[in-house]
Design a protein around this ligand. Structure first.
Ligand code: MOS
Length: 737
């Protein structure tokens, strides 16, 4: 699709920046809905068993209490069709307790404080069951996922003979890596305001997918989709935990129906640890073998991820998918298995699969390079996959070699001495580590409407989301470029289910899905304007080819004359002219393997006496396709790398083995990187102009920059200390040996 390119890529400021810094951007909980009352969740306090009964008299007698919803009065909710994830419960449908912190009641009162006070006085009697918390103890009972990748492919794959080839290897590795539970912790908590008008439901809810929320709620309450409106113009971070429609949104709607008032339900930070998924713990067994020249002969990656009780649905951390495609190796086997625990349902978290899986794979690749006495980048290059070895197809584009080269040059990799502990700086051990990144390019159908008003202003609409990533800004840039008008003349609208439908903002797919549709809709609008101009018998271009016309700066320009769009619309008595276009993937996925790539370089400094680990430099070089805005892209890249620093050194949700209760459900004990933990991060965009992935050549960069970061840091820690830590987060005590 031709672009004049004036705005694409420009590092313009966020269009919604002023609204955000002045507090006037409205998040879900901030809408002023008249007559709203407040709901709070009551969480159970045992890890498994059942509810024997409630003692509600005291809570019901508290001031302002309007209703207490329990499994005894919640009524039956339907299951939305074809959405095993969306039914993520439990939804107060029975007395079973499946995990500690499970919602057992919802208290509704006139004020938040009244609801909280009454919630604290809900008494629950339990029958205690046996609590399964140890994934390691239950590894032998791991089971095969039933809905892996929504049933699009099997959870296992095999090419060649990995076992046979392993036995012939000159250099071998057979080891296990472990990653912990992690929680997303977006700044904005989950929040829903629900209001009924007869049988029509409106919800303002914090979500990565207004269409999904609309479908789920319509299904649960037996409504037509058209009778559910979901509004969410600004999202304060999601990272995956707002991808599903979780029980609290359903409870808000249920409560509003029960008390016949609009109901607001906002989660506390602690409730964010039990209500909306998490990255599951993984145990990953890696077996690699290579010949003496560093050619990979065999790879095997067996991934186990922790799950809730299966009755809640299914979520698999697809850790081994990158192992299938990243390196040219003839013999590769992967498996994915689940271990059921008394835990909430896990979910997508930034680069689900790749974050945990590439940590293990790229740690193992580093161990192999050490064993081969080969530079880690050289080892990757010897096994560089020119085509996708799993799908057996060419890549739409792959500039990974350029990522390696440009990243290494910026980092100064050639000055690295390979021996561990060889780069001391006084009592500080300096380590340099490296890892590859990859993430698939995902595109889904998206519909966009572009409308030009008589005054030449343009409104472009799509029911997509802006998670804080810059959707408003980059879509406006694409529209401005296609229409040839300044961004100030364009308003992009999103976050309302009455707008044309767009997919969930997950899998880094918003830009690859919606941006090409924005360009197509704007092209469609230009074509309609030209058609209107040549349809006009008195206009001078009657019945001429539209190709002789150009639309620019609010004018229709022909060979001999120009006409303003305002006068054109006036003459045809039209207040506006619009085009609606559904963009959808073509057959590119059949022809090509679609992936983004990157190279991650970390420097750590480890205090030789104290074992404290600091990341002191970081360089990431990325082939993320065409970049729509250099500034919002850089924010995504440094945000992803920061997430990776968290995974490597800090983040871990701790569960009490006896009770299954999360013991650090807060941001003081769940450690996340703060400014002092994050060095100056250098990011490099390796330009890769192609239009095979999609008409704009965009790949999505929300998740790519996180992948490989934990491995690069773990490999740097090994290089600094000589200690190979095979789990994250890496703590002081892991390197003090
Ligand atoms: Mo992302 S974890 O697909 O929101």
């Amino acid at each position: 699709m031709a672009m004049n390119g004036a705005m694409i890529g420009k590092p313009i400021n966020r269009i919604d920046g002023r609204l955000k810094v002045t507090g006037s951007a409205k998040y879900a909980a901030e809408f002023a809905v008249p007559g709203v009352v407040h709901a709070v969740l009551v969480e159970g306090t045992i890890g498994a068993g059942s509810i024997a009964g409630f003692d509600l008299a005291e809570a019901q007698g508290m001031p302002g209490v309007l209703a207490i919803i329990t499994p005894d009065n919640a009524g039956k909710l339907e299951s939305p069709k074809n959405m095993p994830q969306a039914v993520a419960g439990p939804l107060l449908q029975n007395h079973d307790i499946l995990y500690n912190g499970q919602h057992v009641a919802v208290v509704v009162a006139e004020t938040l404080q009244q609801a909280q006070a009454a919630g604290a006085r809900v008494r629950v009697h339990y029958n205690n069951g046996e609590v399964a918390t140890s994934m390691d103890a239950l590894l032998g009972q791991a089971y095969v996922p039933k809905h892996f990748r929504s049933g699009q492919r099997p959870p296992d794959s095999n090419r060649g003979d990995s076992e046979g080839a392993f036995s012939t290897g000159a250099v071998k590795l057979d080891t296990t890596y472990v990653t912990p539970l992690e929680h997303h912790n977006p700044m904005e908590p989950h929040a829903t305001i629900a209001a009924w008008n007869g049988n029509k439901l409106t919800v303002w809810t914090a979500t990565q997918g207004i269409s999904g929320a609309q479908n789920t709620l319509a299904g649960q309450f037996g409504l037509d989709k058209a009778d559910v409106r979901v509004i969410d113009p600004y999202v304060g971070g999601g990272f995956g935990c707002k991808g599903n429609t979780w029980p609290p949104a359903t409870f808000a709607a249920l409560a509003a129906r029960m008390v016949r008032r609009p109901v607001k339900l906002v989660l506390s930070r602690a409730q964010m640890f039990t209500s909306n998924g998490y990255r599951p713990r993984t145990v990953q067994k890696l077996k690699l073998a290579a010949d003496n020249d560093g050619k990979l002969l065999s790879m095997r990656h067996d991934g186990f991820s922790s799950m809730s009780q299966p009755v809640l649905g299914e979520f698999v951390e697809p850790v081994a998918l990158a192992t299938e495609m990243l390196y040219a190796c003839p013999n590769v086997a992967i498996t994915h298995r689940l271990v059921a625990l008394n835990a909430p349902l896990p979910t997508y978290m930034r680069a689900p699969g790749e974050s945990s899986g590439v940590y293990a794979l790229e740690s193992a690749m580093d161990e192999m390079a050490v064993a081969l006495k080969m530079d880690p980048i050289e080892f990757r290059l010897r096994n560089y996959a020119e085509t996708d070895p799993h799908e057996n197809k060419p890549f739409a584009s792959k500039a990974l070699r350029a990522c390696y080269q440009q990243g290494a040059a910026a980092f100064g990799w050639d000055k690295r001495t390979p021996e561990p502990r060889s780069m001391r700086d006084g009592h500080v051990l300096v380590g340099w580590g490296f890892a590859t990144s990859t993430y698939p390019t995902n595109r889904q159908p998206a519909t966009v409407r572009a409308r030009m008003n008589r005054d030449g202003s343009v409104v472009v609409q799509s029911g997509t989301q802006d998670l804080g990533t810059g959707t408003y800004t980059v879509m406006t840039q694409v529209a401005a470029d296609t229409l040839g008008i300044p961004i100030q003349r364009i308003r992009f609208e999103l976050g309302d289910s009455v707008l044309p439908p767009a997919p969930v903002s997950g899998g880094s797919s918003t830009v690859p899905s919606v941006a090409p549709a924005v360009a197509a809709a704007c092209k469609g609008l230009l074509a309609k304007i030209k058609d209107l101009a040549i349809a006009d018998p008195s206009g001078g271009w009657h019945n001429q080819s539209p190709d002789v016309l150009q639309v620019r700066d609010g004018l229709v320009i022909g060979p001999d004359r120009r006409v303003s769009i305002t006068s054109l619309l006036e003459r045809h008595n039209q207040p506006f002219i619009e085009a609606t276009v559904k963009g959808a993937p073509g057959d590119e996925k059949k022809q090509y393997s679609l992936h983004a790539f990157g190279a991650q370089f970390a420097e750590v400094r480890v205090d030789a006496d104290l074992g404290t680990i600091r990341v002191t430099r970081f360089v990431g070089a990325f082939d993320g396709g065409r970049i729509l805005n250099a500034k919002t892209a850089r924010s995504q890249l440094i945000g992803g790398i920061t997430f990776g620093i968290g995974m490597a050194l800090l983040e871990e949700t701790l569960v009490d083995g006896e009770t299954g209760r999360i013991v650090n459900p807060n941001v003081s004990e769940y450690l996340m990187p703060v400014n002092a933990d994050v060095p100056d991060i250098q990011t490099i965009i390796v330009q890769n102009d192609e239009t095979r992935s999609n008409p704009l050549g965009v790949k999505g960069i929300g998740e790519l920059p996180m992948v490989g970061v934990a491995a690069a840091i773990a490999n740097a820690v090994y290089h600094a200390t000589g200690v190979r830590v095979r789990k994250v987060p890496i703590r002081i005590e892991d390197v003090l040996v």
